[in-house]
Design a protein around this ligand. Structure first.
Ligand code: SAH
Ligand code: SF4
Length: 416
């Protein structure tokens, strides 16, 4: 754990300033925890005996109803509403652009609020992938990543900071706004929205960053997201993807309780050291041991192993056989991800025939490994029109879209 904490990126400033502290502008309460709301209420003079009840009211309006104005909160007295509006907002981070694919995949470029005079606001992308009966949102946990996996573009980005709890939650708030996923809201008609009660039914922590290097904020954000009186997303519909921060995996199981995905990508330590340098610290055997001990595993609750297909690097059929041998005894799914090339990369995506024959070996060993339809190609192809800073983020977005993130986060058309 100490390793993981030592490697944490610098935190952004907290979302709720202490009472009495003047800030540059009013702070948004969107994405804030119950504890944060309680502090905000104390800060505007709500007596201690009322705080719990008031937190419940705000919680309902913000996270169950999606209120965008304190004026909507009809059961909160006018005086308190005005006082809240003076100090706080219900602003979401700014959606700089939205692109909708022919297949309904939506990609938003989101600019977070500025954290100080020298910050224009971090920009991240979130991708929404609708299917007939579910909608999956891919969220980021950090801006950039410190881990430098050799095939990943995010790892080459210089700017790295942890997203706050509120910034992580806000990605879901933005998505629900945009797809009309609030009681009484109308859903957009310019693209597929699942024919289900919830337009956003699943969350995958597969965007930018290593979620287990921002553990507390990710944990608290998932607490907000899964709260039954608010956003109500069951923890079984949340998948956390990690490159293998072994000491934090048991804590993730105990304190987050989401589904787990492991970025494995290689079956031998020498190669994994190269692809995922964190492997030098936490080699494959230790990683798989942590997986075996992950709480609550069963055939219905499996760990997903992600495996990026790199031509001539990790895609031999011997690798496929070794993969199924390694995973023996672990309730697992295998997600083969076509490599998404980026300018300057030394890797290429495996040939399609090779991906198919690799997947055939995996399939014969008893793992579902559907050949997936790429998603959102048209809008991702068009994303060259976005600002240059976001270029770095494109690889991730395209990869997510093409890997067909689906039920329980990762499979499209699997058995789940
Ligand atoms: N940092 C975490 C979560 C974000 S990355 C992790 O590594 O698991 C989400 C997934 O995308 C990981 O499996 C990652 O290895 C994979 N990925 C990164 N770059 C990619 C690329 N260029 N093509 C395909 N998959 C990629
Ligand atoms: Fe970071 Fe994941 Fe990219 Fe590795 S693959 S550099 S851990 S975001």
């Amino acid at each position: 754990m100490t390793d993981a904490l030592a490697a944490r990126a610098p935190a952004a400033s907290p979302s709720i300033p202490p009472a009495g502290v003047e800030t540059a502008g009013p702070v948004s309460l969107v994405g804030v925890t119950r504890q944060g709301l309680a502090e905000a209420l104390r800060g505007v003079g709500v007596p201690e005996r009322e705080v719990r009840m008031r937190v419940g009211q705000l919680w309902h309006w913000i996270y169950h109803r999606g209120a965008a104005s304190f004026d909507d909160m009809t059961n909160v007295g006018k005086g308190l509403r005005a006082e809240l509006a003076r100090r706080f907002t219900l602003d979401r981070p700014q959606v700089v652009s939205e692109q909708v694919s022919r297949d309904g995949t939506r990609k938003w470029l989101i600019r977070m609020a500025s954290t100080g005079p020298h910050d224009r606001g971090a920009e991240i992308e979130a991708v929404y992938i609708p299917e007939a009966d579910r909608g999956t949102l891919c969220v980021s946990s950090q801006v950039g990543c410190t881990l430098n996996c050799s095939f990943c573009h995010t790892g080459t980005q210089k700017l790295v900071r942890n997203l706050t709890t509120a910034e992580i939650v806000a990605q879901l708030m933005v998505a629900r706004d945009r797809v009309g996923d609030w009681p009484g809201a109308s859903r957009p008609t310019d693209g597929l929205i699942p024919d289900a009660e919830r337009a956003v039914s699943n969350v995958v922590l597969m965007g930018m960053g290593e979620p287990l290097y921002n553990f507390e904020n990710v944990r608290d954000a998932m607490e907000v997201v899964s709260d039954g009186e608010g956003l109500s997303l069951s923890r079984r519909r949340i998948t956390l993807s990690t490159s293998g921060v072994v000491p934090m995996i048991p804590r993730a199981g105990e304190e987050i309780g989401s589904m787990l995905a492991i970025s494995l990508h290689a079956v031998r330590d020498d190669l994994r050291n190269e692809l995922v340098p964190l492997n030098k610290k936490y080699p494959i055997a230790e990683l798989l041991e942590a997986c075996r001990s992950y709480p609550g595993l069963s055939n219905a609750r499996r760990i997903t192993f992600e495996y990026v297909m790199l031509k001539g690097v990790n895609d031999s059929l011997a690798d496929a056989r070794e993969l199924v041998r390694l995973l023996k005894g672990i309730p697992a799914k295998i997600n083969l991800i076509p490599f998404n090339p980026w300018p300057g990369t030394r890797y290429e995506c495996s040939d399609w025939e090779r991906i198919e024959s690799f997947s055939e070996v995996v399939f014969r060993a008893g793992y579902a490994s559907p050949v997936r339809t790429p998603r959102g190609r048209d809008i991702l192809a068009a994303c060259g029109q976005l600002k240059s800073e976001t270029e770095k983020l494109r690889a991730r977005a395209r990869m997510m879209a093409e890997s067909g993130i689906g039920p329980e986060g990762l499979f499209l058309g699997s058995e789940a």
